[in-house]
Design a protein around this ligand. Sequence first.
Ligand code: NAD
Length: 343
Amino acid sequence: TRDKKTLLITGGAGFIGSNFITYFLKAHDNYEIVNLDKLTYAGSLANLREAEGYHNYHFIEGDIADESVVEMVFADFDIDGIIHFAAESHVDKSIADTKPFITTNVVGTVNLLQTAKRDWEQKGVLAERRFHHISTDEVYGSLDEDGAFTEETPYDPRNPYSASKASANMLVKSYHNTYGMNVVISSSSNNYGPRQHDEKLIPTIIRNALAGESIPIYGDGQNIRDWLYVTDHCHALDAVFHHGNTGESYNIGGRNERTNLDMTNRICGLLDVYQPDRKKQLKLTNFKDLITFVDDRPGHDRRYAVDDSKIRQTLGWMPEVELDQGLAETVSWYINKWEQQVQ
Ligand code: NAD
């Protein structure tokens, strides 16, 4: 037996993957980490500066949608487990052009499943080695006032992004049912925190506010999302990867349901405190005066909420970071990042 196991991470240069790798390298020294990432517009090696200091961290630039790339990774490394983050992840982009979402999120996932199955079957370890698919609560569709999605809620994806993620989930489940592959799926609510791509809601609010530009809010701003701090998500993923039951799904939530408008107001309030000089320069009374309501996103889901009692009860996980604390850290991180870019 080898001293170290080899964990394949896909999409590790993105928001959640890079936070996960950074966390995992510190938490576990008995793994070699292989990060396979295409470095699309959403991925950045700057997210991995800390990881690069570890001798047990390896980066491969490559596309999971290209089967020969995935096969090469399995030929070069004896992969003991996979945590699959790589995806096209921006809903608005999926509405403008669906194809890349099918290529990466569906075909890419199949390439990983098929290659892992072949390799692990050959080695007689198919039932042992773990395939963990990172998914989203968006696969369950949209909620009105009450209730929350459980792991048993049927999938009802309502935009091309969530449809591609639901397809991938179903393929992952089918590999468990058909071949006995050792899979787990985790579906989390909206993540926030450092290293998220500038295109997403929270970085957009901060960037536009600091530039004195209008802060666009879809529709009436009353869409509700549940917010989870990214490091809390990473701890949950560690628990699911190591201790989740094979073939099962786990919902991961923050129990922080907030309207988009409320989140925007909170962030503007933090900027009022952190950036008083900038506010004065821009001749604003409050940063929130920049909020502008824009036409709603087509098919905009009203509310997502997950029931995460399963992971709490069976794996003992719970989030540790309060929303205001997490937001304060996030806002400071972006201010710092953009100040460094200006210099
Ligand atoms: P992200 O867009 O920040 O990062 C995606 C990463 O995948 C990037 O580094 C990109 O270069 C890489 N990638 C894209 N296509 C690839 C390909 N064909 N081959 C190899 N690499 C490729 O996304 P994220 O927000 O970090 O999300 C990671 C995962 O978590 C996704 O599967 C997403 O569906 C899921 N998720 C995200 C959230 C959230 O709030 N961000 C919530 C729930 C689930």
